[in-house]
Design a protein around this ligand. Structure first.
Ligand code: 2AM
Ligand code: CA
Length: 262
């Protein structure tokens, strides 16, 4: 099953890579102002649905582009066929395929394919995390002052977005800094690999984080929602760290963001 899944993900990734730079302005649809999609996202999703259905018959799907019936079931694939669509459309080489497998409500396997770097991140519950077959682990840094974080910016109510930027301001002044890459799945993979100490974001969807979260956990990190709970998959708040700075980052997010929007 695993090799069929990985073959499918690499084929979808190869298709996306081959289309990079070819999408015309007329072929871009605006789901909303900041939310773009093209035939590339949809075709990649169809390729994934076909291959994953063959790999695991009777499985159901939760997918960003909803090219297939969305179902609930014992085995469910949670998929973002192209995470980082804006990067893809602008020729910035940071976009990915994100595929998670859920069994009875628990994520048991996850893959993030960093397409332009040919990096396939994989984790299986209880069995560790890997990049192209080699074990990976989170950073050992336990001092938030020396931590490099990564985030993405939410869209929505201006006052909430403005308050969210306070976190950025604090981390810019008081820590090593913050990056904003544009693919949540890659952000998580990079935390798992020890490149970043932390990732946090507000208003993401389950398909952006389902695979990457398991990869971080299996690499030794910790994932929570903004209050330290475990509602990060559907709760639209996520903090992923190397396991050593969760408390500090949670405090920053509480003081500089949550307390300001209440
Ligand atoms: P996408 O490229 O699959 O749309 C960047 O911070 C992350 O936010 C990406 O994972 C991106 O996923 C996601 N994203 C893009 N537009 C968004 C929106 N309007 N609302 C929520 N998330 C979004
Ligand atoms: Ca997407």
């Amino acid at each position: 099953m695993k090799s069929k899944v990985e073959q499918t993900i690499k084929e979808a990734g190869a298709f996306i890579r081959a289309e990079a730079g070819k999408v015309s302005v007329q072929q871009i649809e605006h789901k909303s102002l900041n939310n773009l999609v093209s035939y590339v996202d949809k075709t990649a999703e169809e390729m994934l649905v076909k291959g994953l259905s063959e790999a695991l018959p009777d499985s159901v799907f939760l997918t960003e582009e909803a090219t297939v019936e969305q179902g609930e079931g014992e085995w469910r694939w949670i998929i973002d066929p192209l995470d980082g669509t804006t990067n893809f459309l602008h020729g910035i080489p940071l976009f990915s395929v994100s595929v998670a497998l859920e069994h009875q409500g628990e994520i048991v396997m996850g893959w993030v394919y960093d397409i332009m770097h040919d990096g396939l991140y994989f984790a299986e519950k209880g069995k560790g995390a890997f990049r192209n077959g080699k074990p990976i682990s989170v950073s050992a840094q336990d001092n938030i002052e020396y931590a490099l974080s990564v985030t993405g910016f939410p869209y929505g109510k201006p006052e909430v977005v403005e308050a969210y930027m306070n976190i950025l301001l604090y981390l810019t002044h008081e820590t090593r800094g913050v990056r904003r890459l544009g693919s949540a799945a890659i952000d998580l993979a990079y935390v798992a690999e020890g490149k970043f100490e932390a990732f946090y974001e507000y208003k993401l969807n389950a398909w952006d984080v389902a695979a990457g979260s398991l990869i971080v956990q299996e690499a030794g990190g910790i994932i929570t929602d903004f209050s330290g709970g475990d509602n990060y998959l559907f709760g639209r708040q996520i903090i992923a760290t190397n396991g050593k700075i969760t408390k500090d980052l949670m405090e920053v997010i509480k003081t500089h963001f949550l307390d300001k929007i209440l």
